[in-house]
Design a protein around this ligand. Structure first.
Ligand code: NAP
Length: 441
């Protein structure tokens, strides 16, 4: 890797951002926009940039993915560099980065599924949303997941947008997914599945649900699948004037769904509120989910003692995520986050995005978050004559690491776009070796 340090001097501020997702890119954008003395290296364990835009945002939500053009513009600046296929812990340590760079920003997200903490969670057929979404989005860590979709019903636990995404991707037909970048291996499984009933299960009620109106409304526009809601689980219209705008819209969509009937379409999506998971049943593989009825008191979910068993062969908990701990960095095990004071971890170390605040907000929430961390860094840190890029290049050379540059990524991108068929925007590589091979073209 060739680095041009010719216009750099002892007043250059060297920043390494770990994680090339939205939080990392918005931080890089804010750091480099006005300050000619800042140089940023964005390091990612994958050979591909853009984090959740590529591996988290649903494949049928292509318009959201267009924000990657903005990150590309940031990376096209002379003072920003992408260093892909380099993993913290495997290829380099935080201590080494601290030697080379003035500042390190953890933009590592929250890639691990939160646990339900109930019996049966380890059975085959329980797949957390991080893994499941990664699987259908071609994330190399989850390509070989092979969930058994020859099941009659699926339980999706949680009332957030991820639960809605998972249910919708399982419900859509191959025609509805034709113009998406759904992973080929997932399309094969999903579109030959035996699923007839999909359940979205909320432990609280419709007013407490975290999903947003646009995402909810998409569930009532599925070609092959009818969405069913029990009317008696919805509040009366008389309370609408006390609701927020989003709640009002959600109630309107849910009420519209109560007019749907079971036989309207071949597949049914049931939205069930006021039920919390108590145990996952099965011997080796999942065969059911025990639920307890709930009511909401002071916003909290309280069990009623009434239980039921939902027969199901696949359970996808979509209940939030945790950051991956990193050796020697203080970590709050309860919250699943790095211990930080408004993004500051120590004198040289910051965190941003989900690694800072947990798995909340939309992609756009990371923009002010990135700007805030950039402003703190530019106020807190004085350049100290660190080696910067040349130091990283030396380590890459000495360890014979096969890193991927942004120019290399553009080759991967071009190969994926060229391989697309039937109106799809791209056909994604799902194996790191194939991605690296595409850079050699
Ligand atoms: P989320 O919005 O926080 O929803 C998590 C859901 O899991 C909540 O309904 C929560 O219920 C439930 N839950 C948590 N622990 C549970 C347990 N032990 N048992 C049963 N239910 C449990 O999280 P998310 O859906 O993973 O989304 C993460 C973030 O990404 C959100 O900010 C989301 O809006 C965003 N996102 C946006 C889009 C989009 O804009 N299209 C798409 C995907 C994700 P309680 O409320 O009762 O805790």
């Amino acid at each position: 890797m060739v680095a041009n340090n010719s216009d750099e001097n002892s007043s250059t501020l060297w920043v390494a951002i770990i994680g090339a997702g939205p939080a990392g890119y918005y931080t890089a954008e804010a750091l480099t926009k006005d300050d000619a003395n800042v140089r940023v290296d964005i390091i990612d364990k994958l050979p591909t940039p853009f984090g959740l835009i590529r591996a988290g945002v649903a494949p049928d939500h292509q318009s959201i993915k267009n924000v990657s053009r903005r990150y590309t513009a940031t990376n096209d600046r002379d003072n920003v560099r992408f260093v892909g296929n380099m993993a913290l812990g495997r290829d380099i340590t935080i201590a080494e980065l601290k030697e080379i760079y003035d500042v390190i920003v953890l933009a590592t997200g929250a890639p691990n599924d939160r646990a339900l903490g109930i019996d049966g969670e380890d059975l085959d057929g329980v797949i957390g949303s991080g893994a499941f979404v990664g699987w259908y989005n071609s994330h190399p860590d989850f390509t070989h997941l092979e969930p058994d979709l020859k099941v009659a019903s699926v339980a999706v636990i949680g009332n957030g947008n991820v639960a809605v995404d998972v249910a919708r991707i399982l419900a859509k037909t191959s025609q509805e997914m034709a113009d998406t970048d759904l992973a080929g291996h997932a399309a094969t499984h999903i579109h030959s599945s035996s699923i007839k009933d999909i359940y979205i299960i909320g432990r609280r009620g419709p007013l407490e649900a975290a999903f947003t109106p646009k995402e909810l409304s998409e569930l009532n526009q599925l070609e092959n699948c009818v969405t069913l809601v029990e009317e008696n689980q919805l509040p009366p219209e008389s309370i609408d004037e006390t609701l927020s705008g989003a709640q009002k819209k959600n109630m309107a969509h849910l009420r519209a769904m109560t007019a749907n009937r079971e036989g309207d379409k071949p597949v049914r999506l049931h939205i069930k509120f006021y039920r919390r998971p108590m145990a996952i049943l099965g011997d080796g593989c999942v065969c059911g989910l025990r639920l307890e009825g709930t009511r909401v008191e002071d916003g909290k979910c309280v069990g009623t003692g009434e239980t039921e068993v939902l027969p199901t062969g696949l359970i996808v908990p979509c209940i939030g995520y945790r950051s991956s701990p990193i050796e020697d960095i203080p970590y709050d095990d309860n919250l699943g986050l790095f211990l930080n004071d408004s993004g500051r971890i120590d004198a040289q170390l910051y965190c941003v995005g989900w690694a800072r605040r947990g798995p909340t907000g939309t992609i756009g929430t990371n923009k002010p978050d990135g700007a805030d961390i950039a402003a703190k860094i530019l106020t807190d840190i004085t350049p100290s004559g660190k080696e910067g890029r040349l130091g990283l290049d030396r380590i890459v050379h000495d360890r014979d690491l096969q890193i991927v540059t942004f120019a290399d990524w553009k080759k991967i991108d071009a190969a994926e776009v060229a391989a697309a068929t039937h109106g799809a925007p791209r056909s994604k590589f799902s194996d790191v070796k194939d991605m690296v091979k595409a850079t050699e073209a």
